[in-house]
Each structure stands twice: as structure tokens, then as C-alpha cells.
Design a protein around this ligand. Structure first.
Ligand SMILES: C[S@@+](CC[C@H](N)C(=O)[O-])C[C@H]1O[C@@H](n2cnc3c(N)ncnc32)[C@H](O)[C@@H]1O
Length: 281
């Protein structure tokens, strides 16, 4: 459900003349899911407090900004010669279909089996053609997922650009540490990582049942699924995992992309946007 919600936001953004990216497949994913957006996401005025509306409006803005941020991350990586990409918790990410990848690029997408099956069906229905070599890997990232990636042809001897967009918040701090340990074990020097992190205090959100009129999943409140916020010092945390990280704020990136957030945007809905490169020690 969270992946469909994000696809809905990308589909809406793609309709704008001043869009920060174009995702022509996002709408097909939403349609295939049968999901309809909850009133909070539509900004429906009825019975929804200003606090809840401001929170969801800011989450929507953040998703748009992070998509653009990671599109730029991918482009910078391929311009530096990286040809292997791994998108963790890919959900309905359509980068393999919408970015102008250089020839020879391989993009691995990892997500849980239910997600990958739904995605492959939806892609087949519209006969979508990737613009790179795309390899879908069904795997639970809280389990031993590396064998599935390796069996799919992942090459640990070349640099990889990893992406974890809207993912780490769904894992416990211990699961995130294990995930990063696994990633670095197969990250050749020259590898890099783009990710989002809930900020410190970012799980303190207004009380808001998220009613969806239909679609997959039993979940009624997305924030109930959020399990971890950023460590106190994300740069130090990532350095401990052998990544030299640069952390950007959503507010700052939004302004840089010409979409400044209102002053009133609640801090709890803002996230950190991270780019990191692999270091030896
Ligand atoms: C908010 S969505 C983000 C999807 C995508 N990265 C994007 O930004 O469009 C979170 C994704 O994490 C995936 N996910 C959650 N737990 C997972 C797990 N244990 N293993 C693999 N994927 C997981 C979900 O299936 C979902 O697709």
C-alpha cells in the first residue's frame, strides 16, 4: 500500500507542467492496484484537522523532492561510470523505465515477493519496456537476501550505486544495521548509496487514521508501520558502516528545485536525503 501511495504522488506530479520528473508508468500501477487515495492525501476539507492536512501535504512534497534527489543521484553515478544499480525496497519505482540509462547499465530491483509479483503483472499488462537491463529480485530485506541477489547475476567486484528510498523507516535500528553491513560486504570501492532517513523525532506524527477506500493491504495507518528514525548523528552512523555521507534537508532541496516548502511545513514530516560514497575505513 505504501508503494502504491508513492506511485499515486508521482502520477500526480507527472501531470504538472512544472513537474520535477516524469513518471508515465505510475498511473498504471495505481490503476492496477484498485487503490484510491485517502482523503488526507487529496486534501479533502471534511473533518480533517489542519494539522493532519499540513502533515500529509508535506509528506507529498517530500516524496516529490526525494524522487528528484535520487534521480540526480543515479545520473551522477552513471556519469561517473557506474553501471550496476541496486534499488532496495523498489516498490513501484519506475526508474528502470523512465531514466535515460547509458548502455550496459544493469538495474536490480529488490522487494518482497508480493510486491514484485504485482509489479511484474502490472508492467506486463501495459507492455512496459525498460531502458536498461532490469533484473527483478523477490527478497525480504530483513532476511538473508544476498544469495537471491547474487543468483540473479549481481557482480560484487564492480562498483554499485545502491538506493534505499522510503525504506529504512520501515525497519528497526538493528535491521538497518544488518542491512548496511550486508550492503557494504558486496560494495566494491567506488560504490555509492542514495537514501532517505526519517529525521530525529520524525516519528512523532499527528494522530490520523488513514482511511483508504479500497485496494491492497489491511493497513489503516501508514505511520504505524514506521519503526525507526534517524540515528542521532547519521554521518557518524554511516561512517561506522564505511560510507562517507552528505546529508541534505528536504526544505533545502525543495527550494533548490524551485518548490520551496511553506514555513508552516511540520518538521516531523521532513526527512533527510543522503548521498554517500564507500570508504575503506
Ligand atoms: C514507501 S514504499 C517505497 C517504494 C519505493 N522505494 C519508492 O520510493 O517508490 C516502501 C517499500 O518497501 C518495501 N519493503 C518493506 N519491507 C520490506 C522488506 N522487509 N523487504 C523488502 N522490501 C520491503 C515495501 O514492499 C515497499 O515497496
Amino acid at each position: 500500500m505504501t508503494a502504491v501511495g508513492v506511485a499515486y504522488i508521482r502520477a500526480q506530479e507527472s501531470l504538472r507542467p512544472d513537474r520535477l520528473f516524469d513518471d508515465p508508468i505510475a498511473a498504471a500501477f495505481v490503476e492496477a492496484s484498485g487503490w484510491t487515495p485517502p482523503l488526507e492525501m487529496l486534501g479533502d476539507p471534511s473533518e480533517i484537522s489542519d494539522e493532519v492536512k499540513a502533515f500529509w501535504g508535506t509528506i507529498v512534497a517530500y516524496v516529490i523532492v526525494r524522487t528528484r534527489f535520487l534521480d540526480e543521484f543515479a545520473k551522477d553515478a552513471w556519469e561517473d561510470g557506474v553501471r550496476q544499480f541496486a534499488i532496495l525496497g523498489a516498490g513501484l519505482d519506475a526508474r528502470a523505465f523512465r531514466l535515460p540509462w547509458p548502455s550496459g547499465t544493469r538495474v536490480f530491483e529488490l522487494d518482497v515477493p508480493e510486491m514484485m509479483h504485482f509489479k511484474e503483472d502490472a508492467l506486463a499488462r501495459i507492455n512496459a519496456k525498460p531502458r536498461c537491463e532490469r533484473i527483478a529480485v523477490a527478497a525480504d530485506l530483513t532476511e538473508d537476501w544476498l544469495p537471491a541477489l547474487t543468483a540473479s547475476g549481481f557482480d560484487a567486484s564492480v562498483p554499485t550505486a545502491w538506493m534505499a528510498e522510503g525504506l529504512l523507516v520501515y525497519f528497526t535500528p538493528d535491521q538497518n544495521d544488518t542491512l548496511l553491513q550486508t550492503i557494504v560486504s558486496v560494495s566494491a570501492l567506488g560504490s555509492r548509496m542514495g537514501m532517505t532517513l526519517a529525521r530525529k523525532g520524525g516519528l512523532e506524527v499527528p494522530d490520523m487514521p488513514l482511511e483508504s477506500a479500497g485496494g491492497p493491504g489491511e493497513v489503516r495507518s501508514v505511520p504505524e508501520l514506521w519503526l525507526s528514525e534517524s540515528p542521532d548523528d547519521p554521518v557518524a552512523w554511516l561512517r561506522g558502516h564505511r560510507w562517507d555521507a552528505e546529508v541534505f534537508g528536504t526544505r533545502e532541496r525543495a527550494a533548490a528545485y524551485g518548490r520551496p516548502l511553506p514555513e508552516s511545513a511540520p518538521e516531523s514530516a521532513l526527512r533527510a536525503l543522503v548521498r554517500a560514497v564507500r570508504i575503506e575505513r
